[in-house]
Design a protein around this ligand. Structure first.
Ligand code: GLV
Length: 320
């Protein structure tokens, strides 16, 4: 009998084909809905390998329901959806997909920054709804990106890739990170700043830190109040890094000017979420890594990780 790999989303056949020789591949077939928790709990009962995505909660209960499990291969760079302590206790390998999505996610982050600064979502929606009735001198006026100051919180691979893009827009780049990036400071002129200074001086604030107990709620009412009234806040890492209630208040009251969000505390975000009622929010459905090439590369890394574990090799992107 072949070991069983359970995949929580429908994947293109070309991506899973390399697993079929050695594994019985079981996959959630719906493209429009995520696998319900109850189904997942049943499916993992027989699974030797589990392929997950960012919104699948791999908690202690799920791991307990999966007695044979050897690996959780998470198709994402972030792995805050996985209880790594519980996995480690059981010697279950956990892998992620870093590296291949850096440039693609940086592209999306910068696109979201531009879209929010120049109100693209709002303008396009009006046009499609027939509300473009005349060219108005102050209509859809936004914030200039070129020459502005960018503050990046979380200067990992993606943060650095965003900062490199900002150089092309003649931006001053401030960053805040656990460790200094001396090489990038010298090579590109990025400036390290304490968090409060970054918040006070940046025209655009981007959070790109991983979601951990230390970064949960990092941007709250106090931090938003420190930002400029004209500031644009961008989040393409994890929703939980921001206190969404405080962000809603800040956007509604003019404490900051606008926000571009690719991530939310609860995903998919409910359409009646207060943030979505605000015209100064540009919202996307967590598509940072969504280019064809990158998504296929992430799938390839996941396939490789599963093959590595069952063929006795150390997987390249092991996090536990
Ligand atoms: C996406 O959010 C990822 O972590 O790859």
């Amino acid at each position: 009998m072949k070991p069983i790999v359970y995949i929580t989303r429908k994947l293109p056949e070309e991506a899973v084909a390399p697993l079929r020789d050695q594994f019985e591949v079981r996959m959630w077939e719906s493209e429009s809905e995520a696998v319900p928790r109850s189904v997942l709990l049943e499916e993992v009962a027989d699974a030797d390998a589990l392929w997950t995505v960012v919104t699948d909660a791999v908690d202690r209960d799920l791991l307990t329901a999966a007695p044979k499990l050897k690996i959780v291969a998470n198709m994402a760079v972030g792995y805050n959806n996985i209880d790594t302590v519980a996995a480690k206790e059981r010697d279950i390998v956990v892998t992620n997909t870093p590296g291949v999505l850096t440039e693609t996610t940086a592209d999306l982050t910068f696109a979201l920054l531009l879209a929010t600064a120049r109100r693209l979502g709002e303008a396009e929606q009006d046009l499609r709804e027939g509300k473009w009735t005349s060219w108005t001198p102050m209509g859809y006026t936004g914030m200039d990106v070129g020459g502005a100051t960018l503050g990046i919180i979380g200067m990992g691979r993606i943060g650095e890739a965003v900062a490199r893009r900002a150089r092309g827009f003649d931006m001053r780049v401030l960053y805040h990170n656990r460790s200094r990036k001396k090489e990038a400071e010298v090579q590109f002129g990025f400036e390290y700043a304490e968090l409060d200074k970054l918040l006070q001086e940046a025209d655009f604030v981007i959070t790109l830190a991983p979601f951990t107990p230390e970064t949960a709620g990092l941007i709250g009412a106090r931090e938003l109040a420190l930002m400029k009234k004209t500031a644009v806040f961008i989040n393409s890492s994890r929703g939980g890094i921001v206190d969404e209630t405080a962000l809603y208040e800040a956007l509604k009251n003019g404490t900051i000017w606008a926000a571009g969000l690719d991530v939310f505390e609860t995903e998919p975000v409910p359409v009646d979420h207060p943030l979505l009622s605000l015209p100064n929010v540009t919202a996307l459905p967590h598509i940072g890594s969504a280019s064809v090439k990158t998504r296929l590369a992430m799938m390839n890394l996941n396939v490789q990780a599963i093959l590595d574990v069952f063929e006795g090799r150390e997987p390249q992107n092991r996090v536990v």
